[in-house]
Design a protein around this ligand. Structure first.
Ligand code: CTP
Ligand code: CA
Length: 226
């Protein structure tokens, strides 16, 4: 538990969280996406609100109930998510990027449903904006927190992302762990900080983990957050 008598340490602070996958349209009936359920991001939003924050949740398409006391902005694509996050970035105290943003999108969005032809077909893809990297470049006072989902070398790759995206923290999960990953109700993560923190957490429900992670960050940042 948070060790101070203040039960609402984020009162008066704005926390912006992204969650879920993005969808990148191919044509009016098809898209490119991933298996993100949004559960971890929604848990982070619920935890931020319970700690008193004015909480903005920028959510890709997920089938989850909106957490109480949270302002939800629904988005579809990486471009939509980027615009929504930027609109709330300047006065945010903490920004947490839990979303599994699609790295690529179709180069062209067909206005009519694509018809099949004989033989194979190729959809050309181009990179989406790396939202978190851009936020890192624009960072002023915000505490910037990323996630990294890895299948190997999780901590090393995670630390690389922490550095290259100018983050303050990264929450790394090895999605091959049977208690971790997309769609699960539990997660196993390691919290890394710019200042060298390396804290593994044991498997626990995402809702519980979200609160512990936020409390750990709040404690570590008490001078910047008060
Ligand atoms: N991220 C983002 N915008 C993107 C891609 C990723 O904001 N276009 C963010 C994610 O929300 C996450 C962090 O970057 O907080 C790491 O995402 P991840 O997919 O693990 O890393 P990538 O940098 O995309 O590298 P790769 O997928 O090649 O491992
Ligand atoms: Ca990626």
């Amino acid at each position: 538990r948070f060790a101070t008598p203040n039960e609402r340490p984020l009162a008066g602070k704005k926390v912006v969280i992204t969650a879920g996958p993005t969808r990148e349209r191919i044509d009016p009936v098809r898209y490119v996406s991933n298996f993100s359920s949004g559960k971890m991001g929604y848990a982070m939003a619920e935890a931020a609100a319970s700690l008193g924050a004015t909480t903005i949740l920028v959510s890709g398409p997920v089938g989850l109930d909106k957490p109480a006391g949270v302002t939800v902005i629904d988005v579809e694509s990486a471009a939509d998510m980027y615009a929504a996050v930027r609109a709330h970035y300047k006065d945010a105290s903490i920004v947490i990027k839990s979303a599994a943003v699609a790295d690529y999108r179709p180069k062209e969005i067909h206005t009519q449903k694509m018809k099949k032809k004989d033989g194979d077909s190729v959809i050309e893809l181009e990179r989406t904006t790396d939202i978190l990297k851009s936020l890192g470049e624009m960072k002023t006072e915000q505490i910037l927190v990323g996630f990294a989902a890895e299948t190997e070398h999780a901590v090393d790759y995670g630390r690389g992302k922490l550095e290259s995206k100018n983050l303050d923290y990264i929450i790394v999960n090895d999605v091959t762990d049977p208690d971790a990953g997309f769609g699960k109700d539990t997660n196993v993560v390691t919290l890394l900080s710019r200042k060298g923190m390396h804290q593994p957490f044991e498997a626990m429900p995402k809702k519980e983990l979200a609160k512990v992670l936020l409390e750990t960050i709040i404690k570590e940042e008490s001078d910047r957050l008060h």
